[in-house]
Design a protein around this ligand. Sequence first.
Ligand code: ZN
Length: 472
Amino acid sequence: MVRLPEQWPPVYDRTYVPGPEERYWNPTVETMTQEQLQDLVLQKLKRQIRYVYDHSEFYRKKWAAVGFEPGDLKDFEDFERLPFTTKQELREDQMEHPPYGSNLCISHEEIFHIHGTSGTTGKPTVFALSRGDWERMAEAHARVMWAFGLRPSDKVFIGSVFSLYVGSWGALAGVERLGAAAFPFGAGQPGQTEKAVRWMWEVKPSAFYGTPSYALYLAEKAKELGIDPREFGIRILFFSGEPGAGVPATRRRIESTYGGICVDTGSMAEMTPWMANGECQHRQGMHVWQDIVYTEVVHPETKQRVPYGREGVPVYTHLERQAQPMVRLWSGDLTLWTNELCPCGRPYPRFPKGIYGRVDDMVVVRGVNVYPSAVEDVVRSIPGLGDEFRLVVSREGIMDELAVQVEMNTTAHEDPAIAADSLRQKLKSVLGLSVHVEVLPGGTLERTEFKARRVVDKRRMQGAAPEGSSGA
Ligand SMILES: [Zn+2]
C-alpha cells in the first residue's frame, strides 16, 4: 500500500529541482510498479471525488441521477459507473450559470487565472484555476519536461499565442518551475514569424514549444530569409494542440528540418495540467501520467474501457484540481493504448501512435473512414511536397469525391507530375480509395500560426472545417 500525505490537494516543494544527471523528477512515483501506481491513483481518485462531491453542484446533480455517493467508490469499476462529462454539457452549464458554470469549487476571491478553450467551433468555455492549481500545473509540467530531457541549462522559445489559450502558459509555467530560461516570444501577430526567425538566430534557444504546423511554417520562413533552421541549434522541440508530433512522417520532417528531437504532449485545455499526456525522451508515444490525471480509454460506442492494445476515446479525470475539476471528461479524440513498459522504466501506459484523430474529425468517404493524420503521414513521406495540405470532400451526383490538395516545396527540384502520381498511388494503398490529387505551387494554401485546418467538407452546408483536436 502506497502512503499518501494527509493533505489534499498535495503541496509540492517549489524550490526542489533534481540534479541535472538525475533521470527522474519524482523518483518515488516514477519508479513504482504498475500495481503500486494503480493503488496510488485509486487513493488520489477517492480524495478528488470526495472533494468534488463536497464542492461542485454540477457533479452532485449529475451523480444523484445515478445514485452515486463518494462512499460508494471502492475500486475502478465503481468509478466507471459515473457518467461522462462532455464539452457541450460544460458549455450549456456555463450559459445557464455564467461565467464559470456550476462547477466552480472555489470562491471568486480564490481565482488565480482565467482561461478559455481555443473554441475553434462553438462557444468557447471558460475555466478558472486557483493559485494551488497553477503551482501544481507547473510542478507536473516540469516533471514531464524533465522526462523528455529539458534541464535548467536550457533556453526555451515559446512560439504560441499568449492569450486565453492555456497551452502557452502551461509551457511557460513548467519552464519557470524547472528553472530553465523562458523565452516567451508568442505568435499570431502580423509579421511576428519573420521576427521570430531573427530573434531565434540571435538568441539561439535550445528548445522550442508550439504547434507542429507552426514549427514547419517558421522553418519555411527561415529558409526564405536564407537561414537553415538547423543553425538555431534547437535540441528539443515539444508540441501540443495538434496531433502532428505523433505522426511519424511529420515527426521525421520536423526532426530533419531542425536537427532536434520532436516530442509530443497534450490532452485538453480543460484538463490542465495538459502535459499529463507527454512523451519521455525515448519517444515511444505519450505516457499518460496517471497520478496527475487519471486517463481511461473507452470504446466510442459501448463506452466501456477497452483493454490495452485496443483503440478508443481518452476520458480524463483530474486528481489534483481545486477550481474546476473534471471527472470523466469525454475528449472525443482517438488513440490506442498499451501498458508495455517503456525503456524509461516509468509505469505509465502509453499512446504509441499518439492521438491520431477525433471521432468527429474523421470523414467518411464512400464508406471508408479517412483521418487527416493518415493523409498527413503520406503527404510528408513524399519528396518534393510541401508541408501544407487540405482534404476536400464533395459529392458528385451520388458519389463522394475526395481531393487532396498539396503544394510543391518552394525549393523542390522534383517534377510535380511525378510527385502527384506517387501521392495518388500511396493514398490509394493506405486509404483504400481513389483520390483526386491537386499539386499546387508552393505558398498557395492558407498558412496557420496556430492550429491547422485540414478538412473542407463541401457535403455540409456550411463547408466549415470540424473542430480541431485537443485544446492544448
Ligand atoms: Zn518512457
